[in-house]
Every structure is written in structure tokens, then in C-alpha cells.
Design a protein around this ligand. Structure first.
Ligand code: CTP
Length: 401
């Protein structure tokens, strides 16, 4: 629903600036209010008169109005807007946004923006494919901005001959989808486990796995974006893994036992839990209190089973609660997933297969199937942020029933 939404539309110096008129027309037709902020280069491509006629508002470009010297407050715009859309966004603007170079009204408005920001890149393919542009886009995404690429409507991980701006109707559809689900999980409490666990061998060594935590973090942001309060119980992930939404509370743990303890304490107050962590199934029976020295002989570490967090929560689960599990299988995937669904009392299970290129550990993309007692639904390869939307869409059907 775009009815009544206040949109700041940032326009920069690209030939695609003429398409901004179509974006404005569609936004206004759907009931939105549009305030244009244009860069000096943007004005070379489209005149402010056209834009102010379409939006029924003066176009903002400079820090001060040329006519009467009134100050244009980027801070006020940042508070006024429900969303900021930068379309077209040139390589230069994307670079300035990623690095905080606030040398025009559009970038200062971006830096003051309290609302979600959408960016529709527009440039030729070589500029788009350049590692610095790609790095800047990834940086913007890591800051919580939404990148709208041609063809997909989101930041894809592979370049497929793009660079040209996404069509206006698809850009508007992206914003519409965003507002449609915003707040749909308001008041709900979600527990999410993410990342690996480390099982200590001695003070300097551990048994771990390759899980990056990216899928769990994407799920946390998606639930928070829909208004849920999220408890993110997180194993040892890289320092670059940071949450964006203030609705996410992060609990850092190291071992499976610590994760188990945190989940047992949190789950009773939750509406749902998504168990995305790659929990070690075994831990060393004892932890050496000093570094184990080389002896020249074979050595054995005896492992004992770790608690199964999923099974424990499955047992505690009340009728009002739901539980979602993950499974990463190397063979007989669907059969193993069905068995886990029953054994751990999951409402549904997200299956990712290591046999699919681009799916699983350490990647930015994932290819999943959702398995429930009602059957199996397969999804195509997508960025993890998009996969999170598919999973949370399914979850909301259960949580909001
Ligand atoms: N899980 C958990 N606690 C564990 C092991 C797994 O909560 N100690 C959760 C995972 O987060 C995931 C689901 O259970 O949601 C399935 O994990 P997986 O490792 O595939 O299951 P296992 O029970 O370890 O089964 P197996 O080793 O036979 O594949």
C-alpha cells in the first residue's frame, strides 16, 4: 500500500533520469506524496520545472533556495519520509553514499534519512561491473539499503549483462511489496539461532564448522523489518556480521551448550523460533586446561553428544508456538528432512542442499526447499535476503493464524 506514503525521490545525473517522471506518476497515482531532491548533474538531464509540475512541490537541489535564501533542511526531510528512493543512482552517487561524501543535498538527505532507502543503479555495464562499484553496492546493502537491480528487483550476486535501470513499474512494485509486509509481525517475538558453534579442545583450539551466520542474520533483519522483536542467539561469527535493525537483540554464545541454555531460557516467551545455527553434534568430553603439546604419537579426542536444541524446543513447544528448522544434507535430502521434521516437532523445515552451486555455507546466495507435512516447495537460487523473505512469508502464515 503506497496510499499516504511520503517518498523522497533522489534523482542523479543519468540519461535514465527521464524515467523518474514515470516513477513519480505511478507513485502519485497510487496515493503517495513525492518530494524530489535532485543533484546538480541530474538537472542537466531533466528540468526541475517538469518535476515540480508532476509532484506539485518545489524541487530541492541546493542547501539554500536561490530565490529567497530559505534553508532546505535535510534533517527534516529525513524525518518526514516513509522511504527514500534514489532512481536513477549513478556510480558517483553510489560511491559517495557508500563513503559518506556529503557534498550535495541528495547525499546529506541520504545520511540524515531515518526511513528505508531504495537504490536503483543506472550506468553502463563496464562501470557497473567495476569492482569498486560492486564493492560500493555491497557496502550499501550491508548498511541496510535495498538495491533494486534490473530484472530481479534485488541485488543479485552474479552480473548478468545489467547496469541499465530497472523499469519504473518494477521499481514502484518493489516499494509496494515492502510496505505491504511492513509491520505485519508487529508484537510477535521471534527467536533465531545463527552461525556455527565452537567446541573447545584446549585454550587455543576448537572444533567448529564453516557456517557464516549470513542466513540467520538475513532472517533476523526480515522479521524485524516486519515489526517483530527478535532474539538472535548467535555463535562465533566474523566481526563484520552486524545487525542493522534496533528490534534485534543479539545474544552471543560460543558452544552448543551455551546456545542450548540461552534458547531454553528464551523460547517460553517467544511466538516462534527459527533454528538456523549449524550446531556441533559433538563436543570433546573434557577440555584440556593447558595447550596440548605435540608428542609425536597418535592422539584421540573423545567426543560426547551435544544437546539437540531443536528437539528440546520441539518438546517444550506449546500449541500457540511454532518452530522452524533447517537441514543441510548431502544425500537423500528430502527423506532426511521429512524424518527431522517429525523427530524435532518442526512446523516446517528449510532444506538446503550442498549439491546445489551457490547454496549453503559462506555464500551470499541460497537455494532452498520448504518441507512440511503438506509437501515440498522448491525455490530458485536467490540472495539470502530474498530467501529470508520466502521463509518469513511462510512463517507469517502460521504465526498470524
Ligand atoms: N539443531 C539443533 N541442535 C543440535 C543440532 C541441530 O538445534 N544439537 C538444529 C539445527 O539448527 C537445524 C536442525 O536442528 O535447524 C537440523 O540440524 P542437523 O544438523 O541437520 O540435524 P541433526 O539432528 O544433527 O541430524 P544429522 O546429524 O543426522 O543430520
Amino acid at each position: 500500500m503506497l496510499q499516504g506514503k511520503k517518498i523522497v525521490l533522489g534523482i542523479t545525473g543519468s540519461i535514465a533520469a527521464y524515467k523518474s517522471c514515470l516513477i513519480i506518476r505511478q507513485l502519485i497515482k497510487k496515493g503517495a506524496e513525492v518530494q524530489v531532491v535532485i543533484t546538480p548533474a541530474g538537472k542537466e538531464f531533466i528540468t526541475p520545472i517538469t518535476l515540480s509540475a508532476l509532484t506539485s512541490k518545489p524541487v530541492i537541489s541546493e542547501f539554500f533556495s536561490q530565490r529567497d535564501g530559505t534553508w532546505h533542511s535535510h534533517v527534516d526531510l529525513g524525518l518526514w519520509a516513509d522511504a527514500m528512493l534514489i532512481a536513477p543512482a549513478t556510480a558517483a552517487t553510489i560511491g559517495k553514499m557508500a563513503n559518506g561524501i556529503a557534498d550535495n543535498m541528495l547525499i546529506t538527505t541520504y545520511l540524515s534519512m531515518k526511513a528505508p532507502v531504495f537504490v536503483a543503479p543506472a550506468m553502463d555495464l563496464d562501470m557497473y561491473a567495476h569492482p569498486s562499484t560492486q564493492q560500493n553496492l555491497k557496502t550499501l546493502q550491508a548498511y541496510g539499503n535495498h538495491i533494486i537491480e534490473p530484472g530481479t528487483g534485488f541485488l543479485a550476486s552474479k552480473l548478468e549483462g545489467k547496469g541499465r535501470m530497472e523499469e519504473p513499474e518494477n521499481i514502484v512494485a518493489c516499494l509496494e511489496r515492502f510496505f505491504d509486509v511492513q509491520g505485519s509481525m508487529k508484537g510477535k517475538k521471534v527467536l533465531i539461532t545463527a552461525g556455527p558453534t565452537y567446541e573447545k579442545i584446549d585454550p587455543v583450539r576448537f572444533i567448529g564448522n564453516y557456517s557464516s551466520g549470513k542466513m540467520g542474520f538475513a532472517l533476523a533483519e526480515e522479521c524485524a523489518r516486519r515489526g517483530a522483536q527478535v532474539e538472535l542467539v548467535c555463535g562465533p561469527v566474523s566481526a563484520s556480521m552486524q545487525t542493522v535493525s534496533p528490534l534485534i537483540h543479539r545474544v552471543n554464545v560460543e558452544s552448543a551448550k551455551e546456545m542450548h541454555q540461552a534458547c531454553l531460557e528464551l523460547y517460553p516467551a517467544m511466538d516462534t523460533a527459527i533454528l538456523c545455527a549449524a550446531v556441533a553434534d559433538f563436543a570433546p568430553e573434557s577440555i584440556a586446561d593447558q595447550k596440548i603439546k605435540r608428542t609425536g604419537y597418535d592422539m584421540t579426542i573423545r567426543l560426547v553428544p551435544n544437546p539437540d536444541i531443536a528437539a528440546a524446543l520441539g518438546k517444550m513447544k506449546k500449541d500457540s508456538q511454532t518452530l522452524v528448522g533447517f537441514a543441510l544434507e548431502t544425500h537423500d535430502e528430502a527423506a532426511h528432512a521429512q524424518e527431522k521434521l517429525a523427530r524435532k516437532n518442526f512446523d516446517f523445515i528449510v532444506l538446503n542442499s550442498l549439491n546445489d552451486e551457490g547454496a549453503g555455507f559462506q555464500t551470499d546466495t541460497n537455494k532452498i526447499s520448504i518441507i512440511s507435512t503438506e509437501g515440498k516447495e522448491d525455490f530458485p537460487l536467490k540472495p539470502k535476503a530474498e530467501v529470508a523473505k520466502d521463509i518469513v512469508d511462510r512463517l507469517t502464515q502460521l504465526v498470524m493464524r
